[in-house]
Write a protein that binds this ligand. Structure first.
Ligand code: C2E
Ligand code: CA
Ligand code: CA
Length: 696
């Protein structure tokens, strides 16, 4: 038993408070490790380790001050400093051990053991620093007890802080839980100290010495400094946290606002103020979903103005535009509240009726439209007479998918035109050659897969600043004996409808990966390749396995493969998409959003997906220098992308002016005819060689 005259209760209290404050600060700082990356992470770790280490150290010496002794205690300077260093280093090790987001029990116990042993090491080194007349001996049972208390309580504190988390692993624990963790940690520190003191068997008689040593007074100053710096750290931490929270809130708010704006920009037709095709296709999808569930009929109407081109050419664009606006107004007046009308092309409009509209109801609506648009238009001085043709397709019966319903309404509209215009027609089977072509295409595509008559073309992606080719996008090409050249825009929908997209997609992926390796074998630099994905591939349960298999088979490092997918492909089944995308990212494959701006354009939603790039759709790039609306959309998109740290790729860059616009927005890469169209593999080789030979 140490011989002394008891403890000062105030100072004992202070030592506990000191340990609690230090623990709270340290755990708070270390808790930030998970939300940060890079250098900042080391800064948080260092801060946490310092607060913890210095706190334990300060607690020890306050505890020593609390002890009434006959004479002021003196401490060896070197050992004292060593004890501080040991305390900080073991704290750093312990915090580094438990900082992982997925903290295993083993790691946690190991971290707790290191922390607890660190506290003990500090304590017994601190005891060694005392300059006493006789060496200290320890009672074994109490010494062991002090170690056990330190380890158990430290593990408990770390568990409370890093594991006990009601909101899932990524969020931080709540403040009361954090405070509780700090208190438990303080129990580890002070409990260990006072049990350790009880274990020491020595008379507290300072040795006369001339060595450099601290007096109690010097210690008071040192401890006060440590306390002050820990308080300061805690304060800074709180300020920073608050600052971060407001910054995040502001970013979220501006993101929401910008998204809102973007949404109305991309779904509105500027000339007529009617919704555009995008809006209507979304609406069609929704109505179809509900009608399927509720077994309700509805219809799609295609409205085309008759001989509009003649009016436009003879009376001028200005009158033409006015006519379109007025026609749109009449159309909007003719439809009922539950119907949605949109302008889907120059002189084309589309209507999706409300659910519960039977064929008779749609025909009445079509008749009303034909009559209304058949009335003469008074445009300034001029009276202009036009008429319109309407095609109707009804659900159920005329199609089960948006694509079918739309093409059938279109076919019916053409039928109405062929019957002399100024009338409406309903779809009938056999009306369209569209369906026939589709069947023909399907048969030939099956053959093409077997005969290997598909091929890929590769379009370079270029760094906006350096002009260097940074990769290629693989695009499907098909030259069929009977059908001739068939574009992917025609192949992909048929392949998706028939499920052929799975073997086609696998063929594309394998061929693209093989090609990169083939180029590399010829001595060219490794070239990253991007492959387009359809929603059906993404939602196929064997998809990731197939990707792994092909990477293995072709020995292509995953980092050289990129998948391009559209937002709508992701949003078809967001939960599944998230799982699949995370697995792909884990493999090392890069991911980009294709045709951005044409879909939901909801970046706040996209934020939760592990995406590397955004590709701005070529329809916007086309208008950036001529259409203020396109320019506004591209600006908004790139601003948001920058704020989310996404790479931006502009598609369809055809002119220097467009490139300059993209460069100004700090876009990273571009693709387009300005550099090159998609080329067969051998031509791309020549293209790259010629480009390298070019002076910079
Ligand atoms: P995408 O992914 O947006 O591909 C870019 C399209 O824009 C390509 O048309 C390309 O030839 C064209 N393009 C490139 N630069 C320019 C330019 O400067 N101006 C203009 N006006 N157009 C440019 P492509 O090859 O006809 O492909 C059309 C779409 O078909 C692709 O659009 C993609 O969505 C789909 N697709 C192509 N290959 C595949 C494939 O293997 N799998 C899947 N699922 N979809 C594919
Ligand atoms: Ca693409
Ligand atoms: Ca695209």
């Amino acid at each position: 038993m140490v011989e002394h005259y008891g403890y000062d209760p105030w100072l004992v209290g202070l030592s506990f408070a000191m340990a609690s404050l230090a623990s709270l600060t340290a755990l708070n700082l270390a808790g930030r490790l998970r939300d940060t990356a890079g250098l900042a992470r080391y800064a948080w770790l260092a801060g946490g380790a310092f607060a913890m280490g210095a706190g334990i150290w300060a607690m020890h010496f306050i505890g020593m001050l609390a002890m009434h002794t006959a004479m002021p205690m003196r401490y060896d300077l070197t050992i004292t400093l060593w004890s501080l260093l040991a305390s900080i280093l073991t704290s750093a090790l312990a915090l580094a051990l438990v900082r992982k987001a997925q903290l295993s029990v083993v790691r946690l116990l190991f971290g707790g053991a290191v922390m607890g042993l660190g506290i003990c090491l500090m304590h017994y080194l601190g005891m060694q620093a005392m300059q006493l007349e006789q060496p200290i001996s320890y009672r074994m049972d109490l010494l062991l007890l002090s170690i056990v208390v330190a380890i158990v309580a430290a593990s408990g504190a770390l568990w409370l802080f890093f594991r006990l988390n009601p909101h899932g692993t990524n969020k931080r624990t709540t403040l009361p839980v954090r405070c509780l963790a700090a208190l438990v940690m303080a129990v580890a520190i002070t409990g260990m100290h006072y049990i350790g003191m009880a274990a020491a068997d020595v008379a507290m008689v300072p040795a006369p010495s001339s060595e450099p040593a601290f007096s109690s007074v010097a210690f008071s100053v040192a401890i006060a400094t440590v306390v002050a710096s820990i308080l300061l750290l805690a304060l800074l931490m709180a300020i920073y946290d608050g600052h971060l929270a407001t910054k995040n809130a502001l970013l979220a708010a501006s993101l929401k606002e910008a998204n809102h704006e973007l949404q109305s920009l991309v779904t509105l037709d500027v000339l007529t103020r009617l919704p555009n095709r995008l809006f209507l296709e979304q609406r069609l999808q929704e109505v179809l979903g509900r009608s399927e569930r509720n077994q309700q009929p509805f219809s799609v109407l295609f409205v085309n103005l008759d001989r509009f081109k003649t009016v436009n050419d003879s009376l001028g664009h200005h009158i033409g535009d006015t006519l379109i606006k007025r026609a749109a107004q009449r159309l909007a007046d003719a439809v009922r509240n539950q119907d949605a009308a949109a302008r889907v092309g120059g002189d084309e409009f589309m209507i999706v009726t409300g659910e519960g509209t039977c064929r008779r109801g749609s025909e009445t609506l079509a008749q009303r439209i034909v009559s209304s648009l058949g009335e003469p238009f008074q445009l300034g001085e001029q009276i202009v007479c036009i008429s319109c043709s309407v095609g109707i397709s009804c659900y159920p019966g005329h199609g089960d998918t948006p694509h079918e319903l739309m093409t059938h309404a279109d076919a019916a509209m053409h039928h109405a035109k062929s019957l002399g215009r100024n009338n409406y027609q309903c779809y009938e089977p056999g009306l369209s050659s569209v369906a026939e072509r589709r069947n023909h295409l399907e048969r030939r595509l099956r053959l093409a897969l077997v005969n290997d008559s598909l091929s890929l073309a590769y379009q370079p992606k270029v760094d906006v600043l350096s002009g260097e080719v940074t990769g290629v996008e693989a695009l499907l090409r098909w030259n069929d004996e009977e059908l001739g050249q068939v574009t992917p825009d025609e192949i992909i929908p048929v392949a998706e409808e028939t499920g052929l997209i799975l073997p086609v997609g696998e063929w594309v992926l394998r061929t693209a990966c093989q090609q990169v390796q083939r180029w590399h074998a010829k001595g060219m630099a490794m070239l990253p390749v991007a492959v387009n994905l359809s929603a059906i591939q993404l939602n196929n349960q064997h998809f990731v396995g197939m990707v792994e298999k092909i990477l293995l088979e072709t020995q292509l490092p995953a980092g050289y493969l990129e998948f391009e997918l559209t937002e709508s492909a992701i949003m078809q089944n967001p939960d599944n998409a998230l799982r699949i995308l995370l697995r792909l990212r884990k493999l090392g494959v890069m991911l980009s959003i294709d045709d951005f701006g044409t879909g939901y354009s909801n970046l706040s939603q996209l934020k939760r997906f592990p995406i590397n790039r955004l590709k701005i759709d070529r329809s916007f790039t086309a208008g950036v220098t001529s259409d203020p609306q396109d320019a506004a959309i591209v600006k908004a998109v790139s601003m948001l992308a920058h704020s989310l740290d996404l790479d931006i790729v502009a598609e369809g860059v055809e002119t220097d002016e467009q490139l300059a616009f993209i460069r100004e927005l700090k876009g990273h890469q571009y693709q387009g005819y300005l550099c090159s169209k998609a080329l067969p593999a051998t031509q791309l080789e020549r293209f790259l060689q010629a480009r390298v030979a070019l002076p910079a």
